[in-house]
Write a protein that binds this ligand. Sequence first.
Ligand code: FAD
Length: 306
Amino acid sequence: MTNSVASMTDVSPFTLPNVRGRYAFAFDLSKVTWFKVGGAAEVLFKPKDVEDLITFIKDKDPTVPVTMLGAGSNVLVRDGGIKGVVIKLGSGFSEIAFNGNEVIAGGACLDRTFVLACAEKGLSGIEFLVGVPGTIGGAVAMNAGAYGGEVKDFINWVEIVGVDGVLTRLHAADLSMQYRKGNLPKGAIIVRASFMLRSDDPEAIHTRINTHLQQREDTQPVRGRTGGSTFKNPANMAAWKLVDQAGCRGLMMGDAQVSQKHCNFLLNLDAAKAADLEQLGEHVRQTVKDTTGVELEWEIIRLGDL
Ligand SMILES: Cc1cc2nc3c(=O)[nH]c(=O)nc-3n(C[C@H](O)[C@H](O)[C@H](O)COP(=O)(O)OP(=O)(O)OC[C@H]3O[C@@H](n4cnc5c(N)ncnc54)[C@H](O)[C@@H]3O)c2cc1C
């Protein structure tokens, strides 16, 4: 986050605690989301470290809403922006520590960085995360998965800061993570996560990583302005097949398009608004329901005001 606030106000609309991290006001969230759409956060807060985050949560006005943002790769921020404070963890939450087969990563650590660091140490299991363009916090919150693997299969514990500002460690047995749902306590901010991995030959791990990256390159618009899979896969069905069957591949609404390459991905071709993308998604959902009888559920998290 820069403090290039020329187009922003420099006054908070509400009282904020004294912190060591940084605030930005009327911060344009299209700059920090993969779709490159959406309005502004009234306040964006980047805490310096866990203690700073705790201070903020404990001292803030309890009526001010808080929204967590990771790398913004699974969210659609609406055009009216987000009221209250959006928190984005920064470099103070990016560390990776190794302890035998246990790996502890900060909530802001990028999935790819994490997987490659594990590969260097000959630690395997989470290679499937290499092409997921989010953070460890987002991966745990969403129970990210791909190619048959899911975060929940490797989680040892998660440290969260709760809405009361208390730092708590939740062990795997306390979590009931489900398909694309971390199921953490409401409002919990994931600051660190511990994974238990298995040992393997680094070369074999790198081969799997390269295979996954190539698979993505071949089948997904990985360089597009997208939010990844738009809809969850219904039980024993692939969402993309239903979208295809309903004739929605390539469908457009303004500059929003159902990807030709992977029709469970929506794309902002250039100047789409969040409303174009959401309306296109809703149109696809309705068309799939009308043609197949299946009601698709959004996987993308829609945030903020219309
Ligand atoms: C090209 C592309 C490919 C993708 N492929 C996959 C895939 O194969 N598998 C898959 O599962 N997903 C995939 N995704 C979706 C997305 O990358 C994942 O869901 C990722 O885990 C989201 O992480 P993020 O940091 O971007 O979170 P965001 O998108 O910023 O946030 C997602 C949700 O997590 C919450 N959150 C984020 N960080 C924290 C935190 N520290 N504490 C508490 N809550 C938090 C947010 O509040 C929000 O509800 C893909 C996306 C793209 C753009």
